[in-house]
Design a protein around this ligand. Structure first.
Ligand code: PEP
Ligand code: MN
Length: 342
């Protein structure tokens, strides 16, 4: 249920209602919009049967939430959320591009990748230090050593850093080095990990699983948000279908569908969807045209020698061309992307 406050409601009235709800053991989540404040109520509403909340001063109406996800839904918060990561705003007018190699492999590789993607206008450097590989014998990532290298690349370029965390331990370690966590497709329903991320409060890029419906995905986001972390950015990265020409099938309908159901920003990962370098640029451009708030793209200084996902990583040159095109598409859509290549 949500409590919609009157446009002229007072802070003291919101406080009084919050106190009543908390004294009954209910969880509350307050969303302050431009026009009015909404109080989301989480817990067993039967305790409210004898408490006429709708008669309390400042209350306009009570609205039941029919969707199983609440905090992630638009009923709770009708205006789009803009997630601020150290001054870079995801979900606003400006498109946000995160780029870098699949995995951090060496100092030289990550610094070179960072300098290249920065030059083309990316705001974030991506790079995996904990790699969830299909085979346990494949390269598993440099772990904390990789995080230190990401930090060096950040210090050298000023880019923000995003990296995947695969366990509660990894969350604890990565917290010291990066500005944003990534939850990968394989962990979309690892609810313990999601709760841990929820408690950390650090912004998180939350990927869709290869076989997760949009409803399941938004419910999974609710695990993070219900612990108090509202800094969630969704990421469509392709789902598993009968098609084998691409690694996954990029479900671009997820972009408008999510925008219709949720206030959370959504970006697209064309690299893991395509699995093949030649499809990455067309899918990226289509993703932006469909309304995505940005992209996360794999870029490697020397893709052929990459230790993971070699077939799908763009060269810095291809990435630069893509960014140039994205800045043109952004203009048509009334959005912004600063393509900075000299
Ligand atoms: C990745 O971003 O490197 C990755 C493993 O992606 P996904 O979780 O989408 O497979
Ligand atoms: Mn990868």
């Amino acid at each position: 249920m949500i409590i919609v406050m009157k446009p002229d409601s007072q802070e003291a009235q919101i406080k009084e209602i919050s106190n009543v709800l908390e004294s009954l053991g209910l969880g509350i989540h307050i969303s302050k919009g431009t026009e009015r404040t909404i109080i989301g109520v989480i817990g067993d509403k039967r305790v409210l049967s004898d408490v006429p909340i709708e008669l309390m001063p400042g209350v306009e109406k009570l609205v039941p939430i029919v969707e199983s996800f609440k905090l992630a839904g638009k009923t709770f918060k009708p205006e789009p959320s803009v997630i601020d990561v150290n001054g870079v705003k995801i979900g606003g007018k400006e498109l946000v591009i995160m780029a870098g190699p699949c995995a951090v492999e060496s100092r030289e590789q990550i610094i070179e990748a960072a300098q290249a993607v920065k030059k083309s206008g990316a705001q974030f450097l991506r790079g995996g230090a904990y790699k969830p590989r299909t085979s346990p014998y494949a390269f598993q990532g440099l772990e904390e050593e990789g995080l230190k290298l990401l930090k060096e690349a950040k210090d050298a370029t000023g880019l923000l850093v995003i990296t995947e965390v695969t366990s509660e331990k990894a969350v604890e370690v990565a917290d010291k080095y990066v500005e944003m966590f990534q939850i990968g497709a394989r962990n979309v329903q690892n609810f313990q990990l999601l709760r841990e991320i929820g408690r950390s409060k650090k912004p998180v890029l939350f990927k869709r699983g290869p076989s997760t419906t949009i409803d399941e995905w938004l419910n999974a986001a609710e695990y993070i948000m219900s612990e108090g972390n509202y800094n969630v950015v969704l990421c469509e990265r392709g789902i598993r279908t009968f098609e084998t020409a691409t690694r996954n099938t990029l479900d671009l309908s997820a972009v408008p569908v999510v925008k219709n159901l949720s206030h959370l920003p959504i970006i697209v990962d064309p690299s893991h969807a395509a699995g093949k370098v030649q499809y990455v640029a067309p899918l990226s451009k289509a993703a932006i045209a469909s309304g995505a708030d940005g992209l996360i793209v794999e870029v490697h200084p020397n893709p052929r020698c990459a230790l993971s996902d070699a077939a799908q990583q763009l060269t810095p040159e291809n990435f630069d061309n893509l960014c140039k095109d994205i800045s043109k598409i952004a203009e048509v859509l009334g959005r912004e992307f600063k393509y900075d290549a000299k």
